[in-house]
Design a protein around this ligand. Structure first.
Ligand code: PCA
Length: 227
């Protein structure tokens, strides 16, 4: 008797990590600098693929959808710059609003437009955000849960990601968004602004990927804010 054959995937499971191109007059974006350092890194048999996203409403979601289509990732982590934040901040929630305080890299500045017409008001991250914060802090990386990803292109791609996962992905595919601080060379132009070294950011993303692959159910630990 022959044993039933289990289908063999042709490629190892993949993790999609995205970072953004520079925007708002910056020459670099820490999200892309950190993400691209992890292209090809493998953990627990999963291979990380790094992709750069345009900082453009609409085009960002299209690029993400194309990368997801190509790679069929089991985990998607989108990363973006949050200038002024001092910590690595896994985002809790994406809202169905585009409201640009500045124009995107194509000169577009939507005001109070939905990301997805008729889409739900919001989606929660399906990453274990509390466990990520715990593991980041344990490794000596300042981190906190964030309860808003803003209303610019980062929230936009985060909402687009969660909508895509809710509507089209295989069950069990997880995704979410993490904002990261300026690099020191950017903060040097804004006296007083906090920053984080590239090596720390890269290590933080390694931890985030590991925790997301390994922790199935998030821990119950406060990540709330009074306001
Ligand atoms: N940060 C911006 C968009 C691209 C990025 O890296 C944001 O927080 O919306």
């Amino acid at each position: 008797m022959t044993s039933p054959k289990t289908p063999r995937p042709s490629a190892p499971p993949s993790v999609l990590l995205t970072g953004f191109e520079p925007f708002g007059g910056e020459a670099i974006n820490p999200s892309w600098e950190a993400v691209r350092a992890l292209d090809g890194w493998t953990h627990a048999g999963a291979v990380v693929h790094a992709r750069q996203m345009p900082c453009v409403f609409g085009a960002a979601i299209d690029s993400l959808a194309a990368a997801m289509d190509e790679l069929k990732p089991r985990l998607v982590l989108c990363i973006g710059q949050a200038g002024g934040r001092a910590e690595v901040t896994p985002e809790r929630v994406a809202i169905n609003v585009d409201d640009g305080r500045i124009a995107d890299n194509a000169g577009r500045q939507p005001v109070d437009a939905p990301v997805v017409v008729e889409g739900p008001a919001a989606y929660f991250s399906t990453l274990p955000i509390k466990a990520m914060v715990r593991d980041l802090r344990a490794a000596g990386v300042p981190a906190s849960v964030s309860n808003t990803a803003g209303t610019f292109v980062c929230n936009h791609i985060f909402y687009g990601l969660m909508h895509q996962l809710a509507e089209h992905a295989q069950p069990g595919v997880r995704g979410g968004f993490i904002h990261i601080p300026y690099l020191p060379e950017q903060a040097a132009n804004f006296p007083g602004a906090p920053s984080m070294a590239l090596a720390t950011l890269v290590e933080a993303l390694r931890i985030a990927v590991r925790t997301a692959l390994e922790v199935e159910r998030d821990i119950a630990e406060t990540g709330g804010q009074l306001h």
